[in-house]
Design a protein around this ligand. Structure first.
Ligand code: DC
Length: 227
């Protein structure tokens, strides 16, 4: 049986990956694998099990039997951890920080490779994987690799708006400082740092409406789809 079409969308937080990936998945009828949500689930489970983020043996226990599933409707991509919907809980500020910390651990990165690949390869037609290292590590042979980025100030403003919509108001300067810290951690870590794959198509969303980004990626996917 032919392998599903694999689309990797990597880039820093706030570049528009989640919005673009979700719309694309709905338009193309593809499965969406939000790999950041998987790291967030590991962080949440480690916190619940009171495992320290620098304890490799403890983290291995967290990963053992970890079950993450996605269920997408028109509104959002729901995330289930061991059978329970944790879509909101994984996105609190505490858990975001924890996710960034566990994601730098080799035991976690290695332990999640198989799950990420399995979720994508189970797709009927195609899968969109959004993350940081999809095109470089998880699927170096993806059919299409996109690196989506944007000016840090614009990204922080988008994040500020998103938090505001959810009722959390935080000065935009603070949002920018936190984002800079996460960008630094994600790009400077030793294992699988955030960087574009050599053969990735780079799209700068600073000046582009996200609908235009969707349109560009959709055309690239259509051009690579088997007929
Ligand atoms: O995309 P996100 O903000 O939901 O990701 C949560 C954390 O997981 C973030 O600190 C980066 C990390 N991450 C990663 O290291 N590799 C991925 N493929 C996806 C996310």
């Amino acid at each position: 049986m032919a392998r599903p079409v694999i689309v990797a969308i990597d880039g820093p937080a706030g570049a528009g990956k989640s919005t673009v990936s979700k719309i694309l998945a709905l338009r193309l009828g593809f499965t969406l694998v939000d790999t950041g949500a998987i790291y967030r689930c590991v962080a949440l489970k480690a916190r619940r099990m009171k495992v320290a983020f620098d304890d490799p043996a403890g983290l291995a226990r967290v990963l053992h039997g970890l079950e993450v599933r996605f269920l997408m409707d028109e509104e959002k991509n729901h995330v289930f951890l061991d059978g329970a919907d944790v879509s909101e809980e994984i996105r609190t500020p505490e858990n975001s920080l924890a996710a960034s910390q566990v994601s730098s651990r080799p035991v976690v990165r290695d332990g999640l490779l198989e799950l990420q690949r399995r979720l994508a390869l189970a797709a009927e037609q195609g899968a969109i994987l959004e993350g940081r290292d999809i095109g470089t590590v998880v699927f170096p042979d993806a059919d299409l690799k996109v690196f989506l980025f944007a000016d840090p100030t614009i990204r922080a403003k988008r994040r500020y708006e998103e938090l505001f919509q959810k009722g959390h108001e935080k000065p935009v300067g603070e949002v920018l400082a936190e984002q800079n810290r996460r960008d630094k951690e994600d790009s400077e870590r030793e294992v699988a740092p955030l960087k574009p794959a050599d053969d990735a198509v780079r799209i700068d969303s600073t000046q582009l409406p996200l609908s235009e980004v969707v349109h560009q990626i959709e055309s690239l996917v259509e051009a690579r789809r088997p007929r």
